[in-house]
Design a protein. Structure first.
Length: 177
């Protein structure tokens, strides 16, 4: 006699629905909540124009960040355009506010940002006389990049943090107008 596994599986599903309807309701509620969170994150990223940033060139992204920091009250030096040594020494922007200079490495990437970017921005601090360092990306950071940033006190802005900061600065500037 051959076993009909599909009939056994179907009967098991029917029995589990009869036995644990509360469990199924909880599973459906969790799926609904997860979907709602996912949609909220997508809307948050869209509102901050992250999907437009994803299409920018690296230079356009640097210019975008330069304007963003100026709108947040920072003095900004775009190193690539003013460097007489033909190279940015690991920093794309030097931002300054309240007497604190920070070296910024901008990475408009499709892939995960690695520890190399953190190493570069750490090296640039001495070159530019900065007290702080940060790496900003429209993507995400690898485990090693996060670890190296943590031990070197480097601030990391991934795509979610960048979106939040864009929205914060826009809201702040609307209130000031």
């Amino acid at each position: 006699m051959a076993f009909d596994f599909s009939q056994i599986i179907f009967q098991s599903i029917i029995n589990s629905i009869k036995i644990a309807p509360a469990l199924w309701l909880m599973i459906l509620a969790l799926l609904f909540a997860a979907t709602a969170i996912w949609v909220f994150k997508l809307l948050h990223l869209a509102k901050a124009d992250i999907f437009k940033i994803d299409k920018m060139s690296g230079e356009e992204f640097e210019t975008f960040l330069e304007i963003l920091f100026r709108n947040d009250g920072f003095k900004v030096n775009h190193t690539g355009s003013s460097n007489k040594y033909k190279g940015d020494w690991g920093a794309d922007l030097i931002i300054e506010k309240n007497g604190i200079k920070t070296s910024v490495q901008a990475k408009r990437w499709k892939w995960m940002v690695t520890e190399k970017s953190v190493q570069e921005v750490v090296t640039s601090k001495a070159q530019y006389g900065c007290q702080g360092a940060m790496v900003i990306t429209n993507s995400h950071f690898s485990y090693h990049a996060k670890h190296l940033a943590r031990v070197n006190n480097v601030l990391l802005w991934d795509r979610n943090t960048l979106a939040s900061e864009i929205l914060r600065i826009r809201k702040q500037n609307k209130r000031e107008q």
